[in-house]
Design a binder for this molecule. Structure first.
Ligand code: ADP
Ligand code: MG
Length: 343
């Protein structure tokens, strides 16, 4: 039996990166979540060659102070939680303190940031070198720019799993759509190989929000959806549910957010399916953009590193609330002869 030894921080980060950095889109997700957590009202994303060559995310959020910057790139370093109690009620999208460390272990990463309205900011670079960052002053307005180049340049095995640039770009596009749907108050711009691909202006009113939803999910969805907003037992469900007549052959127009986080959940899928059961033909799928809001203490988001899953403390109550709320909206509308497929 070989002797046991500690892994180098770099290798430990590369192993952790396997969980959170699967492809360019996962990097974009982590960077956008950081920008959202920073309180930004404007986020700009640049992507080149499906993200493999370059991903740049620039925000006007709170920025990172000079002393904090080297720590930002370290694993298990976060400004978002301090003690176990905080983990019980996470209000930010991030909290594990591993995204930047993971990304910087498998790509060339540079951060420029400023936490003040005047004076220079600071720039740090890491090329798979992890914590050994050198800080240099740089001109940067308040906010942060993170640049990730040559993803997986030092991990050829991972690079092999990448699909075509078009496919990788599509996944990035999907992430942007999800995050734009869940953060109406933020201006998002996505540029692909220098050309503006999306520009979503901050949407304050319901009408502006509906415009954004239509831009993301298609105008047909908005024309065939009803707005819901219901509250009970400390739970709020709001958003847009597609009419039963706007059914789809695939479950591809289903967006569900829990406290602003896009999630996939069996319990939610089940409650929705039940609600539509009597009004939708077997094998067809409803379309919806729904937001569930509840006390952060009643939902555990620390289930998986990618944070796509959650656990509800009182899953029965959540299931019943979802089912009842949706059932009430869709029950009265029955599929008629003039059924129009949504796809
Ligand atoms: P986490 O988001 O889980 O805290 P990350 O590795 O993604 O971990 O980021 C580490 C820390 O770096 C964050 O806690 C935050 O303090 C800081 N940070 C990262 N990105 C930004 C940003 N765009 N704006 C301000 N602070 C940031
Ligand atoms: Mg993060």
């Amino acid at each position: 039996m070989p002797k046991i030894h500690l892994l180098s921080p770099r290798l430990a980060n590369q192993i952790a990166a396997g969980e959170v950095v699967e492809r360019p889109a996962s990097v974009i997700k982590e960077l956008l979540e950081n920008s959202i957590d920073s309180g930004a009202s404007r986020i700009e994303i640049d992507v080149e060659s499906g993200g493999v060559k370059l991903m740049r995310v620039r925000d006007n959020g709170c920025g990172i102070g000079e002393e904090d910057l080297p720590l930002a790139l370290s694993r298990h370093a976060t400004s978002k939680i301090e003690q176990l109690d905080d983990l019980e009620a996470v209000a930010t999208l991030g909290f594990r303190g591993e995204a930047l460390a993971s990304i910087s272990s498998v790509a060339r990463l540079a951060i420029a940031t400023n936490d003040r309205d005047s004076g220079p900011g600071w720039k740090a670079e890491a090329e798979g070198r992890d914590m050994a960052v050198n800080l240099a002053p740089v001109a940067h307005p308040r906010g942060t720019t993170v640049e990730v180049r040559d993803l997986f340049f030092n991990t050829p095995a991972r690079r092999k799993f990448l699909r075509t640039e078009t496919t990788e770009y599509k996944r990035i596009d999907e992430i942007l759509r999800k995050l734009s749907l869940s953060h109406f108050d933020i201006d998002f711009t996505l540029r692909n190989n220098g050309k503006v691909a999306h520009q979503f202006r901050a949407a304050g009113t319901q009408l502006e929000q509906e415009r954004r939803v239509a831009a993301i999910c298609g105008p047909a969805f908005m024309e065939n959806a009803i707005y819901v907003d219901m509250e009970a037992a400390g739970l709020r469900l709001w958003g847009w549910v597609g009419l039963p007549t706007f059914s789809r052959s695939q479950a591809d127009l289903q967006h569900f957010f829990v406290n602003g986080r896009s999630i996939r959940d069996k319990l939610v899928t089940h409650a929705v399916r039940q609600a539509y059961q009597d009004v939708m033909y077997h094998g067809r799928h409803p379309a919806f953009v729904l937001y569930l809001e509840l006390n952060p203490a009643d939902v555990d988001v620390n289930v998986h590193p990618t944070k796509h899953e959650v656990r509800f403390r009182d899953s029965r109550t959540v299931h019943d609330f979802l089912f009842r709320s949706l059932h009430r909206c869709v029950a009265d509308i029955r599929p008629g002869d003039s059924n129009q497929a949504g796809d």
